[in-house]
Every structure is written in C-alpha cells, then in structure tokens.
Ligand binder design. Structure first.
Ligand SMILES: Nc1ncnc2c1ncn2[C@@H]1O[C@H](COP(=O)(O)OP(=O)(O)OP(=O)(O)O)[C@@H](O)[C@H]1O
Length: 257
C-alpha cells in the first residue's frame, strides 16, 4: 500500500511571497523540511517567520508561490493537507468562552473524530500538560502559558504527521517546557516531523536537527544544524547572517543619569 506523500518532504515551500502594502514581508521563501526532521526556524523580529508559517499551513493566502505538506498542495487541497497538519499559530485566537476540555472536544468533533477517542486523548493531553486542574476553566481565564499549552494540545489531538509550531515555548514555564520538549522528541522519534520557530538559539541547537535562518523575508541559510553553524555557535552564525546591529546603543545616555 502506498502511504500518502511517501518519499516526499514533510513540508515544501516554493517561492512564497507576501506583501503588506509596499512592504515585502516574505520575498521568495524556499524551504524543504525532510520527513522525520525536527526543523527550527530562526530570524530577527519582523523577518517573516510567522508570515511564512501562516502561509505554509493555510492560514494566510500567499501572493505567489505554494506550500506542500507531504506533497499535498495546502491551497489547492486544504482538507487533505490540514488532516496531516497540527498547527500552533501565532496569536492564539482560541474560542475563549469554552473550557480547555470543551475546546478539545469541540475541535475533535470538528475533525470528525469519535467522541470516545477525543475524550481519552483529551484526558491524557491535559494530564501531561498539567492542565487537568483547569480543564473546566474557561480559556479566557487561562494565563498566556496555559493558552500555549492548550493550543498545543489542540494541535496534537488528531495525531498529525507534521507539527508546525510558532514559538511553542514562549511564556511556557520551565517545567512545562521540559514536558513539551519530551513530547516533541517522542513525536519525532515515532516518525513525526516538526517545524518550530524560536528566538532561543540554545533551544534550537539542542532540540532540532535542521535549521533555517530567515532574514528580510528570505532564507539566508538552511540545512542540518551542523551544516549551518559550521563548527561555531549558532548564535554567532545568526548574528553574522542577519547583521549585527549596534545602532542606537550609543544613545540613551539619559537612562544612566
Ligand atoms: N497583518 C499584517 N499587516 C501588515 N504588516 C504585517 C502583517 N503581518 C506581518 N506584517 C509585517 O510583516 C513583517 C514580517 O512579520 P512576521 O510577523 O512574519 O515576522 P516574524 O519573523 O514572525 O517576527 P517576530 O520574531 O517578531 O515574531 C513585519 O515587518 C511585520 O510588521
């Protein structure tokens, strides 16, 4: 039997472009995420990471280019592509009046999952992410980190083959972050693929096997972590690629007065 997307990349971005007014936020992004890889996306603020990932998962329509998930075009065949995808978007626009448990049940049913499966997976996810005590609290009353965790649970619920996570560790406490790292490592060890964006180079170096540096809406470097850092610290390579900035630091004398 041939598995959908066998032999093809988990995610392929081809010439993705997006303009906001006169500003080219994403300017021809090309990226191939091999299946089974743990791929980190790094770049300075405003580099175009979120915009690229949003187009990659079908949340933002590109001006040009295309995105493929296991060979399925995200914009031509969104239902098939989205069944393979688990997404943690930036901004976390969750239905806030629902409790954490209701949110998982709602999304599970929306994805056509059986109620019993949703309930048992929801219970497990809430437990490992330490949200059991707040499972019946409305999401509107969750902290930022708790929102991140419940959103991650929604991304994992249907056991996708590719996870696309925008800043999954932002605002998450160290204990929960360790749990999330373990979940993601297990997911990749079991054959899943992960793409995540992060500003924390040490985290990307320790967790990911591939990395792409995005700067000015383009891919400045991409490959295995070892290839990209070339024997140096990833942070040094990053600063070199995006251009060290010292401008403005000379000012602010009034702060020291
Ligand atoms: N909806 C929008 N309308 C106008 N400009 C936008 C919009 N979304 C993003 N931009 C602009 O596009 C550029 C890329 O933004 P994006 O959020 O993709 O960057 P990022 O790499 O994710 O940054 P950060 O690391 O700060 O999250 C920025 O200049 C941003 O101001």
């Amino acid at each position: 039997m041939r598995v959908a997307g066998e032999g093809v990349a988990a995610l392929r971005l081809v010439g993705l472009c997006k303009r906001f007014g006169d500003h080219r936020a994403v300017d021809g992004v090309e990226l191939t995420v091999p299946r089974g890889s743990f791929y980190g996306l790094v770049g300075p603020n405003g580099a175009g990471k979120t915009t690229s990932l949003s187009m990659a998962v079908g949340l933002l329509r590109p001006d040009a280019g295309r995105a493929e998930v296991f060979g399925v075009d995200v914009w031509a065949d969104p239902l098939r592509a989205k069944a393979l995808l688990g997404v943690l978007p930036d901004g976390l626009a969750l239905p806030e009046r629902l409790t954490g448990l209701e949110l998982l049940r709602y999304l599970g049913r929306l994805r056509g999952m059986e109620g019993r499966t949703v309930d048992s997976r929801a219970e497990e996810l809430l437990a490992v992410l330490e949200l059991t005590d707040t499972a019946r609290t409305a999401v509107i009353d969750y902290s930022t980190g708790m929102r991140k965790k419940i959103a991650l649970a929604t991304a994992l619920l249907h056991a996708p083959r590719l996870l696309v996570l925008d800043e999954p560790f932002e605002a998450v406490d160290p204990v929960s972050a360790a749990t999330v790292r373990t979940i993601l490592r297990r997911f990749v060890a079991a054959g899943g693929s992960v793409v995540l964006s992060s500003h924390v180079m040490a985290l990307v170096e320790s967790l990911c096997d591939h990395v792409a540096v995005i700067a000015g809406g383009r891919v400045a470097a991409a490959g295995t972590v070892d290839e990209v850092r070339g024997g140096r610290a990833l942070e040094d390579v990053f600063v070199e690629l995006v251009g060290a900035r010292t401008g403005g630091v000379e000012g602010l004398e009034w702060l020291a007065s």
